[in-house]
Design a protein around this ligand. Structure first.
Ligand code: BYC
Length: 337
């Protein structure tokens, strides 16, 4: 349903916005800029401006945190899945999200930061993660809706990241997007089945879509005019498509899917605009978005405390793995002596 073909070429002229940090050595900076301008990749061993490194650490770590915290709302339903088949699919999906977090933490580590520091920032509430995971999953239809809409929005945002200028991030995203595509399909298929069921099941799906629709639109981030990081991130080829353009693409792709499913998207202003060749849509509640991003959404506290508990409970596993690695190393050294 969603594929790499959503990736589009850069807008003409997009690469010509100059934003050079004055403190960086001119020669290295010129080489870096030339690589970016020729759509080359920056690799961990390459020189890069400090601000580029910091932007990547911020975005990649927030992305990793989102994957890990994103395991929680759906994870709550593993023990209550309606059949063995649905349970197996859900376990696989939640496990995939954990794997995405691991690739992304590894990609961030190539920039010289430690995973422990990144996790500390998450656990202390300093680091952000996607707003969408601070809402509750009230029933089984929410699980399908997360697959259809949340993973659908995630893919729309992530496919262009497969062409991100930073090599390790772009390569991690290729695998992530393949798996997200399966996640989106399984969610849509679960909802299709419910929509063939009883009136109560159909009402559950509609209710879940009503609750998640606007929050999914906000996932793409603030409007371009209010997005402090976008211009520089686009200049550097980290972001390839703007927040508003991705949001629009998502809406345009989702409206026909909603029709096939038989649900109504909860926006009276949602109308095809012949002139623009896109759907017009209503106002997103940005106050609610910022409130949630700043820690005051319905589940922020619960998500963080669950995450911290899981991390603390897992300490013995990390200790055991380190002890095992040490023993292996000692054995290898003894054999080599
Ligand atoms: N939630 O200047 P902007 C998944 C923050 S995981 C919270 O536009 P940028 C899944 C933003 O961080 C999906 N905060 O920033 C997992 C910034 O704050 P700081 C996660 C948000 O970075 C499990 C400020 O607002 N995907 O799909 O240029 C199960 C200004 O924004 C949000 C990614 O992380 C938000 N929604 O653009 C199922 C993709 N939006 O850092 C599914 C990678 C904005 O200045 N990330 N903010 O304190 C990106 O593409 C970009 O970072 C964003 C934001 C488009 C999200």
């Amino acid at each position: 349903m969603y594929t790499q073909s959503f990736s589009v070429p850069d807008e003409p002229g997009q690469k010509h916005i100059k934003a050079v940090a004055p403190a960086e050595p001119a020669e290295l900076m010129a080489k870096f800029d030339a690589r970016i301008d020729s759509d080359g990749r920056i690799e961990p061993q390459d020189w890069m401006p400090d601000a580029y490194r910091k932007t990547l650490v911020r975005q990649i770590s927030q992305h990793a945190h989102s994957e890990i915290v994103g395991m929680l709302p759906e994870g709550n339903w593993i023990s209550r899945a309606p059949s063995l088949k649905r349970k197996a699919i859900l376990i696989a999906k939640v496990q995939d999200e954990g794997g995405h977090g691991q690739y992304l933490y590894s990609a961030a580590e190539t920039l010289g930061v430690s995973r422990a520091d990144l996790l500390d920032a998450l656990h202390s509430g300093k680091a952000k993660y996607s707003s969408i995971f601070n809402y509750p999953t009230l029933n089984w239809a929410d699980v399908g809706t997360i697959g259809w809409l949340v993973d659908g929005a995630a893919i729309m945002n992530q496919v262009p990241l497969c062409r991100c200028s930073y090599g390790p991030y772009s390569r991690a995203m290729i695998r992530v997007c393949k798996e997200e595509s399966f996640h989106q399909r399984q969610g849509y298929e679960a909802l299709l089945v419910m929509m063939k069921g009883t009136d109560e099941q159909k009402a559950m799906v509609q209710d879940a879509v009503n609750r998640y629709w606007w929050k999914c639109l906000a996932m793409f981030g603030p409007p371009d005019a209010d997005s402090p990081h976008s211009a520089q991130a686009m200049r550097w080829g980290i972001k390839r498509v703007s927040n508003d353009d991705l949001r629009q693409k998502f809406i345009d792709a989702t409206v026909p899917q909603a029709k096939v499913l038989g649900v109504t998207l909860p926006d009276p202003d949602l109308k095809w605009n012949e002139e623009r060749g896109h759907y017009d849509y209503g106002q997103i509640d940005w106050d609610e978005f910022w409130n949630t991003v700043n820690g005051n959404g319905p589940c922020n506290k619960e998500r963080l405390s669950t995450r911290v508990k899981a991390h603390n409970d897992g300490q013995w596993v990390r200790d055991a793995a380190l002890a095992h690695a040490r023993k292996q190393q000692q054995r290898a050294m003894k054999e080599a002596a």
